[in-house]
Write a protein that binds this ligand. Structure first.
Ligand SMILES: [Zn+2]
Length: 393
């Protein structure tokens, strides 16, 4: 921690960082434009490594059913859940989807996020999946936040294949591995390939097939693992050298050991458990104590985690996962950057890295998670340029 610090930004990168008098006396500083943050706390901009950015609508109606006692899986079996979002996305125009995503991106920026990963997975046919992935690219060009694209064609099996005998097999072969994955790779529409490996989604065996096909085409694996049930997806992710293994509420001791011995990041999504009203959170302490790289993300999505607020995720990480404020901040910045393979460019305030910064109107960094449900973000900068500033302060 640096008190009374300053940094010099040149061409979007951090040119120097240190004590304020030292930075102010650099020759280049004299002609630099000054941004005075008034002694507020400056962090690296949050790197949100797990979002389902593009979707057509909220699922507030299911929220009410869940409160009344229906489980996530019961709602999914009745055609709600992910399939509900698929139906709405297929019917939506790219313009409508883009407008909604732009509004969400403004919220992300307003809560201190400067880079986010975004997954497809609400299309589940060739045209709709490509529609989402192309929007990731267009949105990257139209606004300041960086979007890292992930192909999640293996979110669930779409309704039209569920009705066929051996539908899952057909969906995987005819659509995912033979058509979509090669097309996504050829058009460079994604860097990662993700699979939802769980009861009601894809088995460990199916997940292996899909992730290996992705790898063959240069898409690095990420996995939704051990969320609702333990499937062994974590060990699969480690075997395949996955960049990240996400959720992990149901991990076993052996899974924790496997993660600790690997470079696969354990990404925890406590917003999801909070929104679903679940009592069992992922064992963050055991993962950290074993030596795993633990990261935190919002899992922004309409069914299980409708939030763009990384500060709220930090609050949950501190109170529910028993992470210290410092651990939670590292997990939401440098560790998520590592899981997106961008640890050399972003995720910390260091000379040579992008000047991606989040400024908080607090006196002590611990107050960022301490105030929950209150947005203390005062200014957000992407590559040195303000992308958000709080009004009237
Ligand atoms: Zn997810």
């Amino acid at each position: 921690m640096l008190r009374d610090g300053a940094l010099l930004i040149r061409d979007g990168l951090i040119a120097a960082v240190g004590a304020r008098p030292e930075i102010e006396s650099l020759p280049e500083s004299r002609s630099a434009e000054k941004i005075d943050v008034g002694g507020r706390v400056v962090l690296p901009g949050f790197v949100d490594s797990h979002t389902h950015l593009i979707h057509a609508a909220s699922r507030a109606e299911e929220y009410e059913l869940k409160i009344a006692g229906a489980s996530y899986e019961e709602i999914a079996r009745k055609g709600g859940g992910i399939l509900n979002s698929v139906k709405k996305l297929r019917a939506a125009t790219p313009d409508a989807l883009k407008k909604r995503a732009h509004a969400a991106l403004r919220e992300f920026a307003a809560h201190g996020t400067t880079t986010l990963e975004a997954k497809s997975g609400y299309g589940l046919d060739v045209a709709s999946e490509l529609k989402i992935l192309r929007l990731h690219k267009e949105l990257s060009a139209e606004q300041a936040l960086e979007i890292v694209s992930t192909f999640l064609g293996a979110h669930v099996v779409p309704a039209e294949y569920r009705r066929k005998p051996r539908g899952t097999e057909q969906y995987i072969a005819a659509l995912l591995t033979d058509k979509l994955i090669p097309e996504v790779a050829a058009e460079k529409l994604a860097e990662f390939c993700d699979v939802f490996c769980d009861r009601g989604a894809f088995s460990r065996k199916d997940s292996k097939k899909i992730l290996e096909a992705g790898k063959k085409h240069g898409l690095a694996p990420r996995v939704h693992a051990e969320q609702l049930t333990r499937t062994g997806a974590t060990q699969l992710a480690v075997q395949l050298g996955a960049a990240s293994c996400d959720h992990l509420e149901q991990v076993s001791k052996a899974d924790i050991r496997a993660l600790a011995e690997s470079n696969t990041v354990a990404t925890l999504l406590p917003g999801c458990d909070f929104h679903l009203g679940l009592k069992q959170y992922a064992p963050a302490r055991a993962l950290i104590d074993a030596g795993a790289v633990v990261a935190l993300a919002t899992d922004y999505n309409p069914g299980t985690s409708p939030t763009m607020s990384m500060p709220m995720i930090l609050s949950l990480a501190c109170t529910q996962l028993r992470m210290s404020p410092a651990e939670a901040i590292a997990a939401a910045t440098i560790n998520t950057a590592y899981s997106l393979r961008r640890e050399k460019q972003i995720g910390s305030i260091e000379t040579g890295k992008q000047a991606d910064l989040a400024v908080f109107d607090v006196e002590d960094y611990r107050e960022i998670p301490y105030y929950f449900g209150v947005n203390k973000c005062w200014m957000t900068l992407k590559k040195g340029r303000p992308v958000f500033q709080k009004a009237h302060t």
